[in-house]
Design a protein around this ligand. Structure first.
Ligand SMILES: NC(=O)c1ccc[n+]([C@@H]2O[C@H](COP(=O)([O-])OP(=O)(O)OC[C@H]3O[C@@H](n4cnc5c(N)ncnc54)[C@H](O)[C@@H]3O)[C@@H](O)[C@H]2O)c1
Length: 303
């Protein structure tokens, strides 16, 4: 693949515009397709605002073009990233349209959060050039991209995608088995399941759960992964802890009834003003700002 290959993004929402920004910043021509006019109309403005906020040159936004027809966005692309809604049937439909319009050798990638890539790509004629690329929000600040292979994905496809992402400054990792949620979301939601169970069982309130994480092991996580940590304390101590604790952790084989209750009662989190806890508009703004500033500071430190 040419080092400045043309990139197409299908879906220009939260993730799509951020992925477009990453490639435009590293010198690629980027075509973005979205069926919603308002999304296309604000595409450049959203990218420019991000670049300005990061103190970066906004000229990169000029390498991005907006397309209301999918075929015009993908027809000359070397790589197509799909960032449409998280819906299997819709993603399958989008990939049928992409395969019909993109070059035969284009690499096709889905940014699904948790849907197995094999299912999304099941009807493709040429599955060897298809894989998953799971980015994290915001794509221009969070380094990781999980590159997920299906049983059909060619090793050369994984290698080309990995090189492309590395050249764009990202941290790609390969996921060898296409399991729901891949690696990052499985780990994240294993933690969330226990967090919700602690509140549901009355062990502590939601604020306490968050304080415990942020003020203890959360502090270590950017420099010490869980398995590095297990090696640090010793696998023997890890085993002793697991012998006592694992049988007691939540193993509900579905979404928590407590969580279902929140949703059923309209407590949808910040967007409704209350979820696990209440949120004033000022508190919401403070959380969002604190998160962005934190991610920016890690980015400046090269973490
Ligand atoms: N938001 C996150 O933190 C995050 C992180 C990683 C992965 N993802 C995944 O990335 C994908 C996009 O998520 P998002 O948060 O950007 O959602 P979003 O709603 O902001 O963007 C989705 C975009 O897809 C467009 N769209 C709708 N129908 C389409 C079609 N037929 N063809 C092309 N585009 C269409 C919508 O107009 C919208 O602009 C989802 O699969 C999501 O699960 C999201």
């Amino acid at each position: 693949m040419a080092s400045r290959a043309t990139i197409a993004i299908v879906g220009g929402g939260l993730m799509g515009h951020g992925i477009a920004q990453v490639f435009a910043r590293s010198g690629h021509t980027v075509h973005v397709h979205d069926p919603v006019q308002a999304i296309l109309a604000t595409l450049h403005e959203r990218i420019r605002r991000n670049l300005t906020d990061l103190g970066q040159d906004t000229a990169a936004a000029e390498r991005v073009t907006a397309h209301d027809a999918l075929a015009s966005a993908v027809h000359d692309a070397a790589v197509v990233f799909e960032a449409g809604p998280e819906n299997l049937a819709l993603k399958q439909k989008i990939f049928a349209a992409i395969e019909a319009a993109a070059p035969r050798n284009a690499i096709l990638a889905s940014n699904t959060s948790v849907i197995p890539i094999t299912q999304i790509m099941s009807a493709l004629r040429y599955g060897e050039r298809a894989l998953g690329t799971h980015w994290w929000n915001p794509p221009y600040l969070v380094p990781l991209v999980e590159v997920i292979r299906t049983p059909l994905t060619a090793t050369s496809t994984v290698d080309s995608m990995t090189a492309l992402l590395q050249n764009a400054g990202k941290t790609p990792v390969t996921v060898d088995k296409d399991v729901p949620g891949f690696v990052g979301n499985r780990l994240q939601h294993a933690l969330w399941r226990e967090a919700i169970a602690l509140v549901a069982e009355g062990v502590c309130d939601a604020t306490t759960v968050d304080t415990v994480v942020k003020s203890s092991f959360g502090r270590r996580l950017t420099v010490l992964g869980p398995l590095e940590n297990a090696d640090l304390v010793g696998t023997d101590l890890t085993l002793a802890i697991h012998e006592t604790i694992l049988a007691d952790l939540d193993r509900t084989p579905g979404a928590s009834p407590y969580l279902r209750g929140l949703v059923a009662s309209g407590r949808l989190g910040m967007k409704s003003g209350e979820g696990f806890r209440r949120w004033s508009p000022e508190q919401q703004a403070a959380v969002r700002l604190r998160l962005l500033e934190h991610l920016k500071s890690l980015d400046h430190q090269g973490i």
